[in-house]
Design a protein around this ligand. Structure first.
Ligand SMILES: Nc1ncnc2c1ncn2[C@@H]1O[C@H](COP(=O)(O)OP(=O)(O)OP(=O)(O)O)[C@@H](O)[C@H]1O
Length: 317
């Protein structure tokens, strides 16, 4: 049996607009989320993330393709798997005058889970100590953490979070990020939709990038970033260093507008070889820094290329 927790095949969704036209929100989407860890679901605003998540949860109907959760076809078999899924898609409704704990306890009773799960959920999202405060006194970040706690009551194997850090300040973002990371490490599979790339890069083991409803890239974050490392270096005579390095078959980036003229960027995954080559020519490094591509750069390149009509790419396993 496939060990994919979420799998979509050629998934598509069209909306009829008010003027009678059709708007394609998702097309030909093959999403494959392996079990365990945090999987980023990335795309610019309006790229189809929420629509995809709503289809997976049976909140919107696909117009083409198929979906599976835990290997079971959905929406037909959703009732048999939904208890294994927790999701925060829209802001859940909590009673403002009840405390966080009272809200969770009410929910626990209504879905028939033991009260002990409330303590565990409160602790997991680090609301301990504030769970006795009224919901209306909570910061946005605390409200979001309570929403995650509510989904944890069922002890889900899969947690789907749609833009959980929207509207949060940096401290709130960090708290949610830590919570998500802890959940991933505890063995929960998390699908994290977001457009905040730096955050995603810090917590996700794998990711799918979509644009205009289509998959642009998917794979392990390390593979998406590409293996190629470059080094930025400074020497007293950059022109001489360029010559020496090129003679030794290193690829040195051409000078770019805005360069300070003091640095070179060299493709290499062997800083020792770089240093040795320059030292042999009596060129002494005053600075050597690894330049690693970040998800933001990859994302911007892919989504810009998508606007220009280029094809999708699949990365890694
Ligand atoms: N109910 C609807 N009726 C018509 N069009 C819709 C509807 N819901 C979504 N869309 C359109 O589908 C496209 C994808 O929207 P969706 O909300 O899935 O994107 P998203 O990636 O989640 O964006 P965001 O990050 O802004 O939430 C957009 O063009 C949106 O306007």
């Amino acid at each position: 049996m496939s060990d994919l927790v979420i799998e979509t095949t050629d998934l598509g969704k069209e909306f009829r607009t008010r003027k009678g036209g059709l708007r394609v929100a998702v097309r030909g989407l093959n999403l494959a989320v392996p079990r365990g860890g945090v999987h980023g679901f990335l795309g610019p605003n309006g790229s189809g993330k929420t629509t995809t998540i709503r289809m997976l949860l049976g909140l919107a109907r696909a117009t083409e393709g198929s979906m599976r959760l835990f290997g079971e076809p959905v929406p037909s078999m959703l009732p048999s798997v939904i208890d294994r899924v927790g999701a925060v898609v829209e802001s859940p409704k909590f009673s403002p005058n009840f405390t966080g704990r009272q809200n969770l306890s009410l929910l626990a009773r209504s879905i028939g889970v033991p009260r002990a799960r409330v303590d565990a959920a409160v602790e997991t999202v680090s609301l301990t100590g504030r769970d006795g405060d009224r919901y209306k006194s909570y910061s946005l970040g605390m409200k979001q953490r309570l929403a995650i706690a509510a989904t944890l009551l069922k002890d889900p194997e899969l947690l789907i979070l749609d833009e959980p850090t929207n509207g949060l300040d940096p401290a709130g973002i960090r708290e949610i990020r830590d919570t998500i990371r802890d959940l991933g490490e505890a063995g929960v599979t998390v699908l994290l939709s977001s457009h905040i790339l730096a955050e995603v890069q810090q917590v996700c083991s794998s990711a799918t990038i979509i644009g205009n409803g289509r998959m642009l890239a998917s794979g392990r974050v390390d593979d998406l970033l590409g293996g190629g490392t470059s080094y930025r270096l400074a020497v007293a005579d950059p022109a001489a260093a360029r010559r020496v390095l090129e003679e030794a078959s290193f690829v040195v980036a051409p000078p770019a507008a805005g360069d300070d003229g003091q640095h070179l960027v060299v493709e290499s995954d062997d800083p020792a070889a770089l240093t040795r080559t320059l030292a042999a020519a009596e060129l002494w490094l005053t600075e050597l820094t690894a330049v690693r591509p970040d998800l933001e750069t990859v994302f911007l390149e892919l989504t810009a290329a998508d606007t220009l009509g280029s094809d999708r790419r699949a990365v890694g396993a």
